[in-house]
Design a protein around this ligand. Structure first.
Ligand code: ADP
Ligand code: MG
Length: 237
């Protein structure tokens, strides 16, 4: 069976800076794949290329059997690519439920249906009790969960998570880990960026390490953490 997502020889240049350099990765259906690497490695840039925020300078992106390289972000979201942002982009002056309805409207143009979907997602993510509070009143861990909830409301096949577990207390991070597993068990493929290896490695089926814009190593988490190239990249961070 073909991969759900594939990037083929993807490059992203910002002027003289090469943020992604010949990146070819694939994510199989039902996998949780970790995209890790030091700060500035190019992880968020690759997410932006996959989600369609930016067109790659070179290379192609295939999703669910289709070449989406030149497809706008909204169309990719319709195809089933859902994402969170490293910098939380919730609408602070809106309630939690309304934030999630914004996501649900991508698929359900009937307001009543979108609201029903949003409530379902809030139950799923453990935010139901916070439905009517303003997003600005959530604690940071809840804001991260709201980001996930809004992405889930778009009913993705692939969920891109950018550092949703970073900066949380150990207990909050474990709640986050459990949510990611639950997402996968619901049949959604996950590609997650994390800077902190200790959090992601026990969770992912496969890890891909980016360093200086390039794929440094990929494989089973237990092999990746022992790889001398990976240790060197992190120590040099
Ligand atoms: P990571 O998410 O792995 O920390 P990023 O993808 O955010 O890394 O950044 C990779 C490199 O690209 C960094 O050097 C960053 O400064 C640069 N970069 C990212 N986005 C832009 C942009 N829009 N314009 C110019 N440089 C950028
Ligand atoms: Mg980043």
């Amino acid at each position: 069976m073909t991969a759900l997502l594939e990037t083929r020889g993807v490059w992203q240049r910002f002027g003289g800076l090469v943020a992604n350099s010949d990146v070819s990765i694939s994510v199989g259906r039902g996998e949780i794949v970790g995209l890790i690497g030091p700060n500035g490695a190019g992880k968020s840039t690759l997410f932006n290329l996959i989600a369609g925020v930016l067109p790659p300078t070179q290379g192609s992106i295939l999703f669910d059997g289709e070449d989406v390289t030149h497809m706008p972000a909204a169309a990719r979201c319709q195809r089933g690519i859902g994402r969170t942002f490293q910098v939380v982009k919730s609408f602070e002056t809106m309630t939690v439920i309304d934030n999630v309805i914004v996501g649900a409207l991508v698929r359900n143009t009937v307001m009543r249906e979108a609201r029903r979907k949003a409530h379902e997602v809030l139950e799923f993510t453990g935010l139901a009790a916070r439905a009517d509070v303003l997003a600005s009143d959530l604690v940071p861990a809840e804001k991260r969960r709201l980001e996930v909830a809004r992405a889930l409301a778009t009913e993705p096949k692939l969920l891109l998570l950018d550092e949703v577990l970073t900066g949380l207390t150990p207990t909050e991070a474990q709640t986050g880990v459990a949510l990611v597993r639950k997402v996968r068990d619901a049949g959604i493929t996950v590609l997650m960026v994390e800077h902190v290896m200790e959090i992601v490695m026990p969770l992912v089926d496969r890890a891909i390490v980016l360093d200086l814009g390039k794929v440094l190593v990929e494989g089973k988490p237990s092999d990746v953490v022992r790889d001398p190239k990976v240790i060197k990249a992190y120590l040099g961070d």
